[in-house]
Design a protein around this ligand. Sequence first.
Ligand code: 13P
Ligand code: SF4
Length: 299
Amino acid sequence: MKNQIEQLKNKKNAVILAHYYAPGEVQEIADYVGDSFYLAKIAKQSETDIIVFCGVRFMGESAKILNPDKKVLMPDLTADCPMAHMVADGIIEEMRAKYDDLAVVCYINSTAELKCKSDVCVTSSNAVKIVRGLPNKNIFFIPDRNLGSFVAEQVPEKNIMLNDGCCPIHARITADQVLAERKKHPRALVLTHPECDASVIKLSDFIGSTAEIIAYAGKSEASEFIICTEDGVDYKLITDNKNKRFYYPDPHPCCADMKLNTLEAVLSVLEKEDKEITVDEDIRRRALLPLDKMLELAK
Ligand code: 13P
Ligand code: SF4
């Protein structure tokens, strides 16, 4: 299957992008693997005719918004991020009416429609830097209350208002689960994604995006780590660090939507070119503004 994918990819001038939560065998055949920010930058620079995005819908959608003339395919169009929809109707308009100088900061894990109503997008690797640099005092951070509260801690000079959305996978990780792992592995460092609850963040030695967690584990002198994020990162962690040990909260955090990106589905979509992301042109043009602003401000 891997050979067939390689041949089809070359024949059709396609590039395969995969998020660190995609299954390991898909990360293995991908041309680029990374966190959401890296993949958005790669999608923007891509020169192939086809982009196959092995992630969830908001990632494929962002690639299409940045590349309207390219065919953006996803192995499974039902792979979605539940958090991307977690903003109540009318709440952005209500907040804008209340605060003149409001900036609506939208985590990239959001629908194109929500991006249209926002001033700037962020990812977990650039949210603190971008929010800190905004001229606005009042910030409405959507949709993730956990990333929003992490940013609020780091940027106390701003009035950051939170929206009640979260990632069901990260929000399920509890402080007790982390403490139980730490009891079993007392020398392990705790590396955590900012989508986790504040009680888990408080116990952590390092907080960062998937790519930042992987980079930190690689550079660290420590040899054991408790990883508080989706367990797809294990593929890269183990490949890069043969002598280090990685543990996860029990039960292992697993994003079922990300796991829909199977090798079979990648091969099938390359063969049939049938699962194409489309975005209404008016929505695309409006959603492009906050995405482009993020790419600019994160430089
Ligand atoms: P990263 O930006 O860290 O890759 O995170 C994306 C995501 O969906 C986390 O759940
Ligand atoms: Fe969305 Fe959470 Fe899955 Fe990331 S892990 S794609 S935030 S549901």
